[in-house]
Design a protein around this ligand. Structure first.
Ligand code: MSP
Length: 759
């Protein structure tokens, strides 16, 4: 780490393994990945940690319910989290599991340290325990716990942590901002918990003011008129409340000591002996879990390299959490650290919940959406290229490309749709709508219209830059606003700023009408200026978008002829963007569609995958249901001909819409050696090009087909014939068994753009 280089240590919560991952978990991990990527491109020495929380009664019970050992159970679920993050291209530097020896040993050391510093004592406690949330709660037996289920009465001899000692210090740290909590509403929530409930004090003041001399107020007393203006001032004078460093009241003693061991179950880290002796005590799962933030980077390790790492990265710069675990992170965790004499994290930021059908998405409510569903469904929008030069891509490589593409869509959607910190509803419908409006029609369209004009009018080379438009979009201003909102985790606003910019570029192109300039040779330099300005703007938009959509921005970057975006990020080329970065004369990379349009069929596909999965998930590691590629079975080279009368059962309109019929133009048509019936076609769908094999060689000469507009079934699963893949099927009608198939087509006078859908 160089002198000037800052370190940035960022964490997600470690996820419980009692359920397989859903998009609620992905939400936090995605946000953390965006933050980590942004810090890396700014040049910070970034360390990004995530993991799984594997101890506790809940896990012990979930494992017992499916009849496996807790260890086997946690191994399986933990790997489903790890695999998902890999599929999504998440760039965590480490993945910690709380059942790993490096963690368990270090937690025992921390416990021992706290004990040695007299922060822990042994006592007996009877209380109401919420198993779901792993915490004691106030209230009578059978109280409904925070997980919505009745609590259990638990009497235990427990170790207690002297939490009450830290009330004033925590209040001061939070009020002063030394321990930063975002957003403000969560900071206030934590502060009111720490300060105590003023109602009790206020009532006491009122009582004393009214009733100190008489048993009962005289009839007709107007209560408020007799009272002091501010009861808390009185309480302060009487020493019932105190003031923090910033002059705010708090009730001393409002923070109670915390039980930090359990004897009622075994699946946890044993309290270290022999001094504490009682081997049956396991360490409270939240102390165990919170410590992961230190144990993963070497706390408690005997290895000098690990100890160095801890010195370098601790304290954490940001703990990213969901709003329901704010008290654990903003009260208990800093108190443990104060007691151990260790530095506190600098900031804790809490986001809201993803709601599905109006309530928090969670396994116990049974209303989850799995991230794999979105990856499997959206991945199908990105067909494997077949006519691009270069190495043949392996299926595995291509599957990963599809995952990264779909993951980008989800990343964009979640961060754009929901103001970070607030709750937000998730729906497949909203996902598709935003995809089409912002990505396919917005960013994707701007890229493809600009680059295809450069291809057509400028032989695929970046045109000259006369510098005249460098101030047009007030770049510095845009960057400042985007960067400020990114720094405050206001992702929706960053993206909105970028889209405002994108809109201005679109408008500029429409007004400048380069297609008209191209028709007039004397306007060549104007044409170059417009195309350069559009392409350079795309470069900047793409650099700004990189942390949010790393996969797709990488594609745009290489189409712009700029090479590898990850390398550009490492070299600091994605920050402090200045006009003029694109060098005139640079050849564009190979072009291809970035965001093919999605239709409503995808909603059905996602719903089907979820339903299918819900009915088959009993085992924890079941692979995701394969995405049905299409409702039509194996593609044949030509649409089967039917005689006039209807031969099949009627279908619902919902079935028809699953078939994607689109207008395409034939670019290449050729015979295939040793296959008399087949022609190989390359067709242009406007948004992409693909290869189709058609069994029409007996009736059509290849030359007859060139340039013709035909109709294809665009969403057929690819099929291999004679060693070549066919990506779709063309439509033709024929009469009788051996009748000539006549291609379905459009008249040349019909103004129907390529790619248009037939409905
Ligand atoms: N294991 C604890 C955390 C220990 S951290 C030292 C835990 N795990 S959890 O799996 O229940 O949830 C962890 C986090 O997952 C939440 O804080 C939140 O970040 C994310 N989410 C889980 N469900 C979510 C939604 N429905 N919506 C948004 N985020 C959600 O608590």
């Amino acid at each position: 780490m160089s002198e000037a280089q800052k370190k940035f240590y960022l964490t997600t919560p470690i996820y419980y393994v009692n359920a397989r991952p859903h998009i609620g978990h992905a939400y936090t991990t995605i946000a953390a990945d965006v933050i980590a990527r942004r810090h890396r491109l700014l040049g910070d020495d970034t360390y990004f940690l995530t993991g799984t929380d594997e101890h506790g009664q809940k896990v012990q019970r979930s494992a017992a319910a499916v009849g496996v050992s807790p260890q086997k159970f946690t191994d399986e679920v933990s790997s489903s989290f790890q695999n998902l993050w890999k599929r999504m291209g998440i760039t965590n530097d480490d993945f910690i599991r709380t059942t790993e020896p490096r963690h368990t040993q270090a937690v025992q050391k921390l416990f021992q340290l706290l004990y040695d510093r007299d922060a822990i004592y042994l006592s007996t406690y009877t209380g109401q325990y919420s198993v779901g949330e792993e915490m004691f709660v106030e209230g009578p037996p059978g109280t409904i716990g925070p997980d919505g289920k009745p609590t259990e009465t638990v009497t235990e001899e427990n170790y207690f942590f002297r939490l009450s000692n830290y009330q004033e210090r925590l209040i001061n740290l939070i009020e002063s901002g030394e321990l930063a909590i975002q957003p403000e509403v969560r900071k206030n929530e934590v502060l009111s918990f720490l300060r105590g409930d003023f109602n009790a004090v206020t009532v006491r003041v009122y009582d004393e003011a009214l009733f100190s001399d008489t048993q009962h107020p005289p009839p007709g007393t107007i209560v408020p008129a007799n009272l002091p203006a501010d009861p808390l001032d009185i309480a302060y004078e009487r020493g019932w409340v105190l003031k923090s460093a910033s002059g705010k009241y708090y009730i001393p003693g409002a923070l109670k000591d915390l039980s930090i061991s359990r004897t009622s179950f075994k699946w946890g880290i044993p309290v270290p002996g022999p001094k504490q002796g009682e081997a049956e005590h396991v360490i409270y799962v939240w102390l165990d879990a919170l410590a992961n933030y230190m144990t993963a980077i070497g706390y408690g390790s005997d290895d000098p390299a690990e100890q160095e790492k801890f010195k370098k990265y601790w304290p954490a710069d940001l703990h990213l959490v969901g709003k329901e675990i704010i008290r654990f992170h903003c009260v208990y965790w800093p108190a443990f650290l104060l007691a151990a004499g260790l530095p506190l994290p600098r900031a804790i930021t809490a986001h809201g919940w993803l709601l599905f059908e109006e309530s928090k998405m969670s396994k116990s409510r049974g209303n989850i959406v799995r991230t794999e569903t979105i990856l499997d469904a959206f991945g199908t929008l990105k067909p494997k290229p077949i006519d691009l030069p270069g190495p043949v891509l392996s299926d595995e490589y291509w599957k990963h490309e599809q995952d990264l593409f779909a993951s980008d869509v989800l990343r964009y959607f979640l961060l754009r749709e929901i103001p970070f910190g607030q709750d937000g509803s998730f729906s497949f419908d909203a996902l598709i709508q935003r995809y089409n409006s912002d990505l396919a029609n917005g960013y994707g369209n701007l890229v493809s219209r600009t680059l295809s004009m450069i291809q057509r009018y400028k032989a695929g080379k970046i045109p000259a830059n006369d510098g005249s438009q460098s101030q047009r979009f007030l770049l510095a201003d845009i960057q400042n606003r985007v960067s400020n909102s990114f720094s405050d985790c206001r992702f929706d606003q960053s993206l909105q700023q970028i889209w405002n910019f994108l809109g201005s570029v679109d408008q500029y192109i429409s007004e400048a009408a380069p297609w008209k300039l191209a028709a007039d040779e004397s306007r060549n330099s104007d044409l170059e200026t417009v195309l350069y300005t559009a392409a350079e703007s795309i470069r900047i938009i793409t650099a700004l978008l990189y942390p949010v959509m790393p996969g797709t921005t990488a594609k745009v970057w290489s189409q712009l002829g700029l090479g590898d975006i990850e390398e550009a990020a490492r070299k600091g080329e994605l920050k402090n963007l200045e006009w003029g970065g694109l060098k005139p004369g640079t050849p564009l990379g190979p072009l291809g569609p970035i965001f093919p349009r999605a239709d409503k069929g995808l909603i059905q596909l996602m719903t089907d995958i979820e339903t299918n999965n819900a009915s088959t998930t009993t085992k924890t590691t079941e692979p995701p249901a394969p995405a049905p590629q299409s409702v039509v079975s194996a593609p044949s080279a030509v649409a089967p001909a039917t005689e006039g009368a209807t031969e099949t059962a009627p279908i619902a309109i919902d079935d028809f819409v699953k078939i994607e019929l689109r207008v395409a133009r034939v670019l290449v048509a050729e015979r295939i050696p040793k296959a008399d019936k087949l022609l190989r076609l390359e067709v242009d769908l406007g948004y992409e090009k693909r290869q189709i094999l058609a069994g029409i060689a007996a009736w059509y000469a290849p030359e007859e087909l060139l340039g013709r507009r035909i109709i294809i079934v665009a969403n057929l699963a690819p099929r291999k014939m004679r060693g070549l893949e066919s990506h779709g099927m063309l439509l033709a009608a024929s009469h009788g068994e051996d009748g000539k198939p006549i291609l379905a087509t459009f008249a040349d006078t019909d103004e129907i753009p390529l790619g248009s859908r037939l409905k």
